[in-house]
Design a protein around this ligand. Structure first.
Ligand code: NAP
Ligand code: GDD
Length: 365
């Protein structure tokens, strides 16, 4: 491999950043990641690669141009993957200004840093865009030509990110592209996203450590893939002969209710859903116990309810396989991992706060 492949990943401590760092290290890249100062030094997702000779960490914040300029000029990367973001849609309603600064202006700061460091011709840039741009959907399934209708402060900020990347591509002839990624999950998914909240609860309920799971819109539809498969596509987008935007999705759609059904089934609990709207309940068929209830706390002022991606272009032009991991396999991977994690709590290995309890009580959404 060319020794000159140097990647800079913003958001390396996140779900995708950690998988991408592993992927690029395996390909022989020199990998640099940005981290933020925090009062607790807790970098669970990258702990296993910290200390590897080709892996380096730098402090930088997407809200701070100077920190970005410093890291860009020091590292002089050949590929930048901008994965850092305030990535929680519901949180963006509570922190809209912060979300805008990081998810919109932050993208501009990265692009300008590449330009001002004189890397326009030598550095390619990937922007983590999102299916949330389709928002209040105008077409099903969604492809690269589907009109955008962002439907949350998060999505509106990401829409700016998408367009400023396109603008720099056209204005300065930069190789910068957006991957319009549909939801992708894993055993490393944050605990407040719906899939992980469900798999963790299924494990905790099965092991007698949680009574009930409270959720919002059970009818919401998503195209869920496996994060480990999706980071390969980010890399493929930057290896393509021309800078283009791509939809990354599985082409298969399921509801939140179905995700619950399969997750609980995998731990040996068959759920039956009865009732409608706020009165809907998920009941253990064998015992009649109510395990899932709907809470208004988890509804959003505007919710995106029908995401379904069409990955035809990525398949044809990048040779990417969107169905390497099936929906059932994804649920199994996540549930198995949480069953083991929850079991380990007995041995005093849970180093986190009691987040699961906070989730259950609705203190943290
Ligand atoms: P994630 O797990 O929430 O990770 C987000 C990363 O961004 C973390 O490393 C976080 O650092 C970092 N970050 C947050 N604010 C920052 C700031 N001001 N400056 C620097 N870093 C900051 O998200 P993910 O699921 O890996 O997603 C990666 C990217 O893809 C995000 O941009 C997300 O919006 C986008 N996306 C995700 C999906 C999906 O389904 N996962 C789909 C489409 C698009 P800390 O660890 O310090 O918080
Ligand atoms: N988080 C959460 N918690 N979502 C719930 C709950 C709950 O208790 N109950 C129902 N939902 C519904 C949400 O209303 C939404 O319609 C759906 O489940 C998925 O929610 P999340 O898992 O929070 O993900 P998201 O789709 O809003 O956002 C994720 O995917 C985007 C790509 O489409 C994030 O990863 C974004 O960063 C990403 O851009």
């Amino acid at each position: 491999m060319d020794k000159k492949n140097v990647a800079l990943i913003t958001g390396v401590t996140g779900q995708d950043g950690s998988y991408l760092a592993e992927f690029l290290l395996d390909k022989g890249y020199e990998v640099h990641g940005t981290i933020r100062r925090s009062s607790v030094d807790f970098r669970e997702r990258i702990a296993h690669i910290e200390g590897k000779p080709n892996f380096h960490l730098h402090y930088a914040d997407l809200g701070d141009s100077m920190s970005i300029m410093q890291v860009m000029s020091k590292v002089r990367p050949t590929e930048v993957y901008n994965l850092a973001a305030q990535s929680h849609v519901q949180v963006s309603f509570d922190s809209p200004e912060f979300t805008c600064d990081v998810d919109a202006t932050g993208v501009l700061r990265i692009l300008e840093a590449i330009r001002l460091c004189g890397l326009t011709k030598t550095c390619r840039m990937y922007q983590a865009s999102t299916s949330e741009l389709y928002g209040k959907v105008e077409e099903v399934p969604q492809n690269e030509n589907t009109p955008f209708h962002p439907y949350s402060p998060y999505a509106v900020a990401k829409q700016y990110g998408f367009w400023i990347v396109k603008e720099y591509r056209e204005a300065y002839d930069m190789f910068c592209c957006s991957g319009i990624l549909f939801n992708h999950e894993s055993e490393r998914r944050g605990e407040t996203f719906v899939t992980r909240k469900i798999t963790l609860a299924a494990a905790r309920i099965k092991q007698g450590k949680q009574e009930k799971l409270f959720l919002g819109n059970l009818g919401s539809l998503r195209d869920w893939g496996y994060a480990k498969d999706y980071v390969e596509c980010m890399w493929l987008i930057l290896q393509h002969k021309t800078p283009e935007d791509f939809v990354i999705a599985t082409g298969v759609q399921h509801s939140v209710r179905e995700f619950c059904y399969y997750a609980f089934k995998h731990v040996g609990i068959e759920l039956e859903f009865v009732g409608e709207g706020l009165d809907e309940k998920g009941i253990d068929k064998a015992t009649g116990k109510v395990l899932i209830e709907v809470s208004p706390d988890f509804f959003r002022p505007t919710d995106v309810v029908n995401l379904w991606g069409d990955p035809t272009k990525a398949k044809a032009e990048l040779g990417w396989d969107p169905n390497k991991t099936s929906f059932e396999q994804l649920v199994k991977i996540m549930v198995d991992s949480d069953m083991a994690k929850v079991a380990a709590e007995d041995a005093g290995q849970r180093v986190r706060t009691n987040l699961a309890e906070y989730l259950e009580k609705g203190i943290v959404k």
